[in-house]
Design a protein around this ligand. Structure first.
Ligand SMILES: [Zn+2]
Length: 285
């Protein structure tokens, strides 16, 4: 699924194509996205007749901002945004089209429909946006904020970092890479992570996210940006998806472990942990 670096790359490639453009009309498929149906009227409310002032991002959410409100977009597992000439044939699984005065339109294509489209009127974005934790690219993501959030939970640190209220934008790939960079055992209990380890983790999260953005995201299967280009960061991953391969740091073999139903990749030697594990559930994979 697209994580922060992929969504930021989409934002960077979408913004120059839509900012300053007037929205002429919108179209929706009427099919539910994440079990929720939005109508053409709801999406059109903040958009039609308005200039798209900017494209913002927080965590994995994008927001198209107009003078009347905006629309939150989430790409879910398989969503992609493309800007194409108006009137061309619609690809299967197109769920939203935003037609611009300049003769182009923004299309959201999402085969698995785990994405979301959430329009809002006025200056206050919906809770999906305001309830997000700090974004690692923003100054609000501090060592102290991370320490406070981790201290509140006994969950495994890997699970806590996937919680979008703790830190916004990380998913399986960048959590695995950040834990590796910080030499942190994914199964350590969050509230037991020591201050020096929190500081290392904070540094590692910022670094892996920045590297992911610099490489325009990770394309494992079908992720492309808003110009249809694949990312490059998959060539730079240290542990994610690399079980059985040598650790780039110590050459021990990277292990896949199932932790709370999700596969986690780590080096058993340099992320060894010291008996402070929470809910470790064994060596699958
Ligand atoms: Zn290692």
């Amino acid at each position: 699924m697209p994580e922060l670096p992929e969504v930021e790359t989409v934002r960077r490639t979408l913004a120059p194509q839509v900012e300053g453009q007037v929205v002429v009309s919108v179209w929706v498929s009427g099919k539910p996205l994440r079990q929720r149906v939005v109508t053409r009227g709801q999406v059109g409310g903040p958009l039609v007749g308005q200039v798209i002032q900017r494209v913002d991002r927080r965590g994995k959410y994008l927001m198209l901002v107009t003078g009347r409100g905006g629309v939150l977009l989430h790409l879910g597992m398989s969503g992609r945004l493309a800007v194409v000439d108006t009137g061309g044939p619609r690809q299967p699984h197109t769920h939203l089209c935003i037609r611009l005065a300049g003769g182009r339109e923004v299309r959201l294509v999402d085969p698995r429909r785990f994405g979301s489209v959430e329009p809002f009127l006025g200056a206050t974005p919906p809770a999906a946006w305001t309830s997000l934790g700090p974004d690692p690219t923003q100054p609000a993501f501090t060592v102290a904020a991370l320490a406070t959030a981790l201290a509140r939970t006994r969950a495994a640190v890997r699970v806590a970092l996937l919680d979008q209220r703790v830190v916004a934008g990380l998913g399986n790939i960048y959590v695995a890479e950040a834990l590796f960079a910080a030499r942190q055992d994914p199964a350590s209990r969050s509230c037991d992570v020591r201050p020096a380890e929190v500081a290392a983790l904070h540094r590692a999260i910022r670094r892996v996210v920045a590297q992911g953005i610099a490489h325009r995201g990770t394309t494992l299967k079908d992720y492309v940006d808003a110009r249809g280009e694949r990312g490059d960061h998959q060539r730079h991953l240290c542990v994610y998806g690399r079980s059985g391969e040598p650790c780039p740091r110590c050459a021990a073999l990277i292990e896949a472990r199932v932790l709370h139903g999700r596969t986690s990749y780590a080096c058993p030697h340099c992320q060894g942990g010291g008996g402070r594990a929470a809910g470790r559930s064994g060596g699958a994979g």
